[in-house]
Design a protein around this ligand. Sequence first.
Ligand SMILES: C[S@@+](CC[C@H](N)C(=O)[O-])C[C@H]1O[C@@H](n2cnc3c(N)ncnc32)[C@H](O)[C@@H]1O
Length: 364
Amino acid sequence: MVRGTKIGSDHNLTSHSTRKDCYSILSSNKQLREFKLFVSNQLFTRYLTDFHKTQSWFAFDTLFVLWLIAEFQYTHLPIVNGAIGEIGVHRGKFTSYLYLLRHRSGNQTLFAVDVFAKKSLNIDQSGNGDRNEFLKAIKTYANVSVDEVDIYEGNSLDLNSAYSNNTSAQYWWQKKVGKNGFQIVSIDGGHTTLLTYADLCSVSRFLVDGGIVIVDDIDNPGWLGVRDGVGRFLSETSSLFNINDDSILFNMLKRHTFAPTLEFSCRIVEVTSKAGQSEHGCSRLVPILHYANKLYLTTSNYYPHYMNFLAKLNANGVNVVTYDALKSVAGNVPIWSDSQSNQRGIPNNNIRPTWLAEITRATG
Ligand SMILES: C[S@@+](CC[C@H](N)C(=O)[O-])C[C@H]1O[C@@H](n2cnc3c(N)ncnc32)[C@H](O)[C@@H]1O
């Protein structure tokens, strides 16, 4: 399942030997597994209750969206042993929550990448990482001790052989933390175009099929490098979808605001695929969701499943997202988004009882 490649090798965007294509995944029989998060619900409750006590750079509702995604991965795909972690952890507030989402089997690698005390490497002064505070947070909120987390203290560019000769960092990334592939990764380190692009590229190469990458600050006008880096990554790994490729599909997407069927989504992936190799060995990732200043991407073959999953949530009254047909600010495929929804009015200062009930049921 892992989409691995040799360090420094080129990567073919279209013929991936280990990846099943979109259509074969549609026809395969999905094994259902019982969904169980690793941690007790007391930890979840503590995290949610204490949320507003410390500064954070993400919306409270994001916690619910992420929880739903983890549940979907564990139950329906099922992916249970990919690594979970973040590039750019600051003091561990968001990372702790990602660690809370680990599977109860306990086989997942938990990782963190940050310059921490090497402040000169933080060239755009995004955040202010602190290793001790980070370790304290993950212990308090996710019950993860220092020996349970793999930490790289340094520049995330070191992880990418196209930009660095640091083979030990690249070995750590690929063979140690990435040995079973990455399952949920947040990219929130340096916010320049290059760092965003290179981090996406480094993660894309080892993301498990159906894994999720979350890019922070996609809407932030103070950090335009993020949008630029994402744009560069998407244009290098996929083709623009335009009317000449498939005018019927194009017009359907343009006119309709309903979510596409699974087969329809496969076709979208197909018409936006790109032949050849990416310049810096990146693998294709496709956006699925644009929510509260974060962009969520997955491997192209699982795009239809996430589109369908979010459609079902919507149909079942979990109205955190609306479907955005070709109107998204990010990428060249239709995705789900909060941009046109009034659901962002979810009160931010108290725990929504429905979340807690769901989380309690699943973790209890
Ligand atoms: C915006 S903060 C992260 C916030 C954190 N994700 C949260 O939500 O609480 C950015 C972090 O990236 C780290 N950073 C900046 N440049 C980096 C680089 N080139 N490589 C690794 N980490 C970097 C900073 O030290 C800082 O801790």
